[in-house]
Design a protein around this ligand. Structure first.
Ligand SMILES: C[S@@+](CC[C@H](N)C(=O)[O-])C[C@H]1O[C@@H](n2cnc3c(N)ncnc32)[C@H](O)[C@@H]1O
Length: 422
């Protein structure tokens, strides 16, 4: 948690009653409220903390510490626009405060504004080089901008200042992006020591992508969630602009070509709906359109896009078997490449579909059977094996289209779009 305890002014000790007959000034009362708020904040009670910060702000309008702490709380609640606004206001009051620079830079980075975050975080680490979190945030923002060479140094500093599994893992990702596979593997191994399960699973997944461990049967849910939470604010622009992503439209065209009428009568489930690009393409088929995703950040964007009648934060492997016969179309656009073994997903789709219902999805294809973990840390499936699994889950193939799904590092990503009837 990025609670900048240092932001609270000195003297803001837990509120004490004033000695009898001594009235506290408004500024003193505000400081006391901030201290109480921070105690609630550190105890995890965000709502109570925010209420106390707001009371402090009413007593001391424009108080930069109150604004900053409200911004930090907004960020933790997932209201990134508000976090950027509030931490930015605090920073305007004290442009050289390393605490406010760190909070504002962190909020900008999380809101997908890496270009604006980098100079702010650079100033934060110049003023407070021992702030491991700002060093890590700077490294990760540089990675988002594709500047892996510059990202490695702050990521390395973060890992040496605070040698925790999360920081070793962040360094491992950075080194991998920078092309230092051996360094990345060493950092991933360091991340394994004493790591919580989610971090250890990610470190092992990275080692598998580096070819030093066998590929697991899926990408860890925590990896997918963190990746897409970070990616969410810039996903649409990046995919549609830079990566020339057209799979949602191609999948909708494949459904029509397979004889599925886009007449708005189906009950459709969009697995791994992301920000809703696939929802926009599926909407014409649907009387009711539901989306599900592992990433709360992506789901927030999907809610804003407004295509869905319902959204679920869930893992598709758990959701599908729990909703027998609930849908007439189940779609997965650019999603099943986060799973290696497709057996459970195909069986789940069959369960969640009514008899005669239709599954439509894309896969990245590769030569290795049954699947392999590719460079981009996504799985590629062997078409013959995938088709055999689909048949054994009870599906009859309606349409197969071999296609280019998008670009990656300037190269075409080869894929398949399959439409099959239960
Ligand atoms: C590349 S995006 C595609 C989003 C959307 N379908 C589109 O076409 O724009 C992949 C999405 O699948 C989600 N995802 C991956 N594995 C998942 C799983 N096991 N359960 C639910 N969502 C998953 C990710 O969180 C991410 O939002």
């Amino acid at each position: 948690m990025d609670v900048p305890t240092g932001a609270v002014p000195k003297g803001a000790a837990p509120a004490r009653a004033a000695p009898a007959g001594v009235a506290l000034t408004k500024a003193e009362q505000a400081r006391a409220l901030l201290a109480q708020g921070l105690a609630r904040h550190n105890a995890g009670d965000l709502a109570a903390a925010e209420a106390l910060y707001r009371r402090a702000l009413r007593l001391s309008p424009g108080d930069p510490n109150a604004l900053n702490l409200l911004g930090v709380a907004a960020r933790q609640r997932g209201d990134l626009a508000e976090a950027v606004r509030l931490t930015g206001e605090a920073l305007q009051t004290r442009p050289d405060s390393p605490v406010f620079l760190a909070a504002h830079g962190g909020a900008l980075a999380e809101a997908g504004q890496a270009e604006r975050a980098v100079p702010v975080l650079r100033r934060a680490v110049a003023l407070r080089p021992a702030d491991a979190l700002s060093q890590r945030n700077l490294g990760q923002a540089l990675l988002v901008l594709g500047d892996a060479a510059s990202a490695v140094s702050p990521l390395r500093t973060a890992a040496s200042l605070m040698p925790e599994p999360e920081n070793h893992l962040a360094l491992a990702y950075g080194l991998r992006e920078a092309g230092d596979a051996a360094g990345a593997a060493a950092a991933a191994r360091a991340a394994l020591a004493g790591a919580p399960d989610a971090v250890a699973a990610q470190a092992r997944f990275l080692l598998a992508a580096l070819g030093t461990e066998a590929a697991p049967d899926r990408a860890p849910a925590s990896y997918v969630r963190e990746l897409f939470d970070r990616y969410a604010p810039r996903f649409d622009a990046h995919l549609q602009g830079t990566l020339n992503y057209r799979t949602p439209e191609a999948l909708a065209a494949a459904l029509r070509a397979a004889g599925i009428a886009a007449e708005g009568a189906a009950t459709v489930l969009d697995l791994g709906c992301g920000t809703g690009l696939s929802g926009a393409a599926l909407r014409p088929f649907a009387a009711r359109l539901e989306g599900l995703d592992l990433s709360p950040g992506m789901l927030r964007e999907a809610a804003r896009a407004g295509h869905y009648d319902a959204l679920h934060e869930a893992d598709l492997l758990g959701f599908l078997p729990a909703h027998p016969g609930a849908f007439t179309i189940v779609a997965a656009v650019d999603v099943l490449n986060y799973l290696g073994d497709l057996t459970t997903a195909f069986r789940g789709m069959a369960t969640a579909l009514q008899p005669g219902g239709v599954a439509a999805f894309s896969l990245e294809v590769g030569e290795e059977a049954p699947y392999a973990l590719g460079e981009g840390m996504r799985f590629r499936h062997h078409p013959t094996q995938a088709l055999a699994l689909l048949a054994s889950a009870g599906f009859q193939l309606l349409l197969r289209e071999d296609t280019v799904l998008r670009q990656e590092k300037g190269r075409d990503v080869a894929g398949l779009i399959l439409v099959a009837r239960r």
